[in-house]
Design a protein around this ligand. Structure first.
Ligand code: SAH
Length: 215
């Protein structure tokens, strides 16, 4: 099947049918060539309903999880967004396609290099900045962010990330144990964090100062 047909089927069957309703997210995911963000050997599986290995024990998130994370951010276009855990660069590309000014941070240098290449090949290089570092600490010099998306599991809501949200800003992060988490939407308000109930999920661990320890 042609990639554009596979993308359209992915949006209908994996996203819309399961309750992802944000049209801007659906449109962007129907546009970004996901096959450019998976290793060549697994390109034929790019639109499957699963997370796929991208090397270094890491994965490109399942499309449904990307849909849930990005819907939780409630973006309208033009916002400054922090993407924690660049991985393949796919989620950063979808954010860019939605019109966001994307700052993405990855701890594994090799993955950051590959993500930059994939983002360039897909035409998003000028809208996404990929940095290497500990994303649990955010990017203080670029803060505040209207939205922060975290694609790896944290033991608690990382305090530095909450602190780098603009007022009314939204942070979506899987929080819980190493093997199972809840995808939380946390909104910054003058009274403090407001956490909205999330769905059960399973992400690779966020490794860093406010993440899980190494190993
Ligand atoms: N958004 C990615 C999903 C990648 S999986 C995609 O669309 O492909 C999560 C990624 O988070 C992995 O690449 C992992 O190396 C990275 N990661 C884990 N801990 C991190 C940290 N403290 N800072 C930045 N990246 C981290």
């Amino acid at each position: 099947m042609q990639p554009d047909l596979q993308r359209a089927a992915m949006v209908e069957e994996q996203l819309r049918a399961r309750g992802v309703e944000d049209e801007r997210v659906l449109e962007a995911m129907a546009t970004v060539p996901r096959e450019l963000f998976v290793p060549k050997a697994t390109r034929g599986r790019a639109y499957e309903d699963v997370a796929l290995p991208i090397g270094d024990g890491q994965t490109i998130s399942q499309p449904y999880m990307v849909g849930l994370i990005l819907s939780g951010l409630r973006l309208r276009g033009g916002e400054r967004v922090l993407d924690v855990g660049t991985g393949s660069g796919y989620q950063a590309a979808v954010l860019a396609e939605m019109g966001a000014d994307v700052h993405s941070i990855e701890r594994v240098p090799k993955l950051a290099v590959r993500a930059r290449e994939a983002l360039a090949a897909a035409g998003y290089a000028d809208r996404v900045e990929v940095r290497v570092g500990d994303g649990t600490q955010g990017l203080p010099e670029e803060a505040p962010f209207a939205a922060i998306a975290v694609a790896a599991a944290a033991p608690v809501v990382p305090p530095s990330l909450y602190g780098q949200l603009a007022d009314g800003g939204r942070l979506v992060v899987p929080v819980g144990a190493r093997r199972e988490q809840l995808l939380l939407v946390v909104v910054r308000s003058p009274e403090g964090p407001v956490a909205l109930a999330g769905v059960a999920c399973r992400f690779v661990p966020l490794v860093g100062a406010d993440g899980f320890g190494d190993g």
